[in-house]
Design a protein around this ligand. Sequence first.
Ligand SMILES: [Mg+2]
Length: 249
Amino acid sequence: MGIEDTLEKANIVLLDIEGTTTSISYVKETLFGFIRSNLEHYVKTHWNDAEFQEDLVVLKQQAHKDKINKVEGLIEIPDGSIAAVVKNVLWQMDLDRKTKALKQLQGHIMHEGYNNGELKGHMYPDVLPALKSWVSKGKKLYIYSSGSIEAQKLLFGHSEEGNILELFSGHFDTAVGGKTDTASYMNISNELNCRCQDVLFLTDVPKEARAAKSAGMEAVLVVREGNAPLSEEDKVSFSVISSFPMLSC
Ligand SMILES: [Mg+2]
């Protein structure tokens, strides 16, 4: 069955972001690079803001937990030390940690960057026209990404092609479970009140595609420049696309 037929059949399309709608380098380099280079300035200028003080409380709680757990290389955060906050955050980013404390502060720094126009969410050029054509054919679109729902909304609310959030009927992040867990896809179909077989999941990661397929969803692999190469087995197990096809009205 061709991808167009698979799409025609699905009532719901569930989309991954990194490596699927958006280049991995946008997230890993542009976005994280922005956070790194603006971190110190952000901490200094927002130190007295209530929002930052809340972020700081959570960062300190994390550092305290890390100390108890004897996490190697931990940078502690003494009261009032801007330098220590910056070092702690960079240390966590170097380790690619996914702590709530890190994500919360990163979210706020990104928020400022998107709001003042310094950041614009990347999308491959085929994405927007295809998504519009799918919606006009009555498909409902949802995002499922390991980036927080807030981060997803920032990216698509301030994309290179403007605010395209109205195309999406909803968003999921790892609150429903990890992306390589079959149960997560069942949780999503439960929340959407639909059967798994009504859902087509598009992702660049074969393990995620397998988990969705085990739950009963259709899954198609997306190949984009800069993605990890697929194995021969992956190419046999799944349909593979390198751009999003348009559905004609
Ligand atoms: Mg991905």
